[in-house]
Design a protein around this ligand. Structure first.
Ligand SMILES: [Zn+2]
Length: 288
């Protein structure tokens, strides 16, 4: 019982160093205010710098962002873009692309990525670092929507006004670069056209836009036999990839038959007289 009674008696001792109990309350209060003002000034400067940096970042990625927004309307885009474009999802397996934690690796057929002509130039490895436009787009949108909802709930329009720059800063702070390694070829005329293919990262989707639709066709369906060129790195050209292919693009493929007779030997030619062998065959043992 005595211990229980002594316990409340101990309590005032730690309570003694409270600021209000200090001998000079105004000095502490002023110091605290000065500290807060200084920190507030630093915070305001840091906030302003963040907003300026975020604005610079968004200005720098305006083109990928525009492409991302335009990509929502797949069927509204011009045919010339759709026929050159491949969209690869990281959730699906692809013959010519693989997605790892380090990024994407894509092997493009041995055609010039710009003009689509076959080339014997050795393949090049190109490393790219692409901004994830989906993340840069959705974080500010989600923040602004949350601010709008909260502003409606609390009936405070300033929440929405604050949510817009906050979302831009958040989108900048949570920005992501996607690493892409491309193995591709360029013909002699297009060695310097390094802006082709266009590479875009939309969340888990990688978008490649080649210079010519022939490259896309070879990428998705493989080379036909009559136009095949040696490709040591492409070990397996299997089924066509169903991603991003629409019904009208199911083209007939030339399937080589392994052990079939040559077409010339098996063709019936009506414009030539029939040819018969000589009659000097060994007689059949069954016929007398
Ligand atoms: Zn070319």
């Amino acid at each position: 019982m005595q211990e229980n009674e002594s316990a409340p008696g101990v309590a005032p001792i730690p309570a003694a160093p409270l600021p209000s109990a200090g001998p000079k309350p105004p000095a502490v209060w002023k110091t605290a205010l000065a500290w807060c003002l200084a920190r507030g000034g630093q915070l305001a400067r840091a906030l302003w710098n963040s907003i300026a940096e975020a604005a610079r970042y968004y200005w720098g990625i305006r083109e990928p962002l525009r492409e991302y927004i335009a990509g929502f309307g797949t069927n509204l885009r011009p045919e010339s873009v759709r026929l050159r474009e491949v969209r690869l999802s990281s959730h699906e397996s692809h013959d010519r692309a693989e997605h790892e934690s380090a990024g994407w690796k894509v092997v493009i057929p041995a055609r010039c990525v710009v003009c689509g002509e076959k080339t014997q130039n050795p393949p090049l490895d190109e490393e790219l670092s692409v901004d994830n436009a989906a993340r840069a787009f959705w974080i500010p949108i989600a923040t602004a929507m949350a601010g709008a909802a909260l502003g409606l709930f609390l009936w405070n329009r300033w929440l929405l006004a604050a949510a817009i720059p906050l979302g831009v800063v958040l989108g900048y702070l949570m920005r992501e670069k996607v690493s892409v390694r491309l193995r591709l070829a360029r013909c002699d005329q297009h060695v310097t056209r390094t802006n082709v293919p266009q590479v875009l990262a939309w969340g888990n989707t990688l978008v490649l836009r080649f210079g010519n639709k022939l490259v896309r066709k070879a990428f998705l369906y493989g080379e036909t036999m009559d136009s095949a060129v040696p490709q040591p790195e492409a070990t397996y050209a299997g089924l066509p990839d169903p991603v991003g292919q629409s019904a009208e693009e199911h083209v007939a493929e030339t399937i080589p038959l392994a052990e079939g007779p040559s077409p010339d030997a098996s063709t019936i030619r009506h414009d030539q007289p029939p040819l018969f062998g000589s009659d000097d065959e060994p007689p059949s043992p069954l016929v007398p």
